[in-house]
Design a protein around this ligand. Structure first.
Ligand code: ARG
Length: 300
């Protein structure tokens, strides 16, 4: 082979490594986010069929114990969550898709019943502008290996639609999750709480420059009811449509400090455009490498 073919070969390999870098560098990690919903009530299965539990595979040997975040099924194999759920803060890098397991169709996170779907993650997407420091663009998507059948009618699992319009302030919404409760221990059962959308102006006054575009507040200004650590990634729902994703807050359920959510409407286009393009699956990698080889050899 000539120098030119070597050069071509190396360019291809470099390109492949760059395109796969998030997968390649994602080694084991430990971030333990702690889940909660403060002052909620037990969720009804028919109202939360879109709720998924996102878990770390290696902590889930006792089924349910690996729960780190919530998420919402938005298409048969597509789960919307928070980007920070996909990020290992200790190691300062994204986790690999293979580190996750996603569970659908059970209210009790420890229970695996007939309709429960347990899926591996085939690929993931997140906004590359996400910042763990500012929580800017805290949106992520997981593509499931085994989701719903496309036309599938399922008793306990169903996708939820994204909100089509901006939700005005003062609207009653539901937030749900397996997070810690006011007793500060993880909830075994899915809990839900009623919170209201809060005026952007009010929210800005509270969080000042911490409130970035694409963020919105929901909660109760008198305090007492809120989502909390580990409810992250979970859905905020208004009239059966997904309006927000649990992102951050200052403490939990504190008076005057409502929860901050990802504004789904703001990211709608980005969310809808993502489809399960493999980030770096074995088969696609092999295909690219084979092509590189063919190009290199075919250019003597
Ligand atoms: N960042 C938290 C998590 O990782 C969610 C915090 C929500 N906080 C709130 N006060 N609503 O689970």
């Amino acid at each position: 082979m000539t120098r030119r073919s070597w050069l071509l070969g190396w360019t291809c390999i470099t390109f492949w490594m760059l395109s796969c870098r998030t997968e390649l560098i994602g080694l084991q990690n430990d971030l333990q986010q702690q889940p909660r919903i403060i002052n909620g009530s037990v969720a009804r299965a028919d109202e939360t069929r879109h709720l998924v539990s996102i878990r770390l595979l290696r902590h889930d040997n006792n089924f349910g114990s690996g729960h780190i975040c919530g998420g919402a099924l938005i298409a048969p194999r597509k789960v919307l969550t928070a980007a920070h759920c996909l990020y290992n803060n200790q190691r300062k890098r994204y986790r690999r898709a293979s580190e996750f397991v996603v569970v659908l169709g059970t209210l009790n996170r420890f229970e695996r019943r007939n309709g429960t779907i347990v899926s591996q993650v085939s690929s993931m997407a997140y906004m590359h502008t996400f910042s763990p420091d500012s929580m800017r663009d805290d949106v992520g998507i997981l593509f499931l290996r085994t989701g719903l059948l496309s036309d599938g009618v399922h008793l306990t699992v169903a996708p939820i639609q994204l909100a089509g319009q901006v939700t005005p302030s003062g609207r009653l919404c539901q937030v749900a999750g397996w997070g810690r409760t006011e007793q500060s221990s993880l909830s075994n059962i899915l809990l839900t709480a009623n919170v209201s959308t809060i005026r952007l102006q009010t929210c800005r006054m509270i969080y000042k420059s911490g409130l970035l575009p694409g963020m919105m507040c929901a909660g109760r200004l008198q305090g007492g009811t809120d989502s909390c650590q580990g409810d992250s990634g979970g859905p905020l729902v208004h009239e059966g449509r997904l309006v927000g994703v649990v992102s951050w807050g200052y403490g939990c359920a504190e008076p005057g400090l409502p929860g901050v959510y990802v504004d789904v409407q703001y990211y709608r286009q980005w969310i809808e455009e993502r489809s399960g393009a493999p980030s770096c699956s074995l088969s696609s990698s092999l295909l690219i490498l084979m092509l590189c080889f063919v190009v290199a050899v075919g250019n003597p």
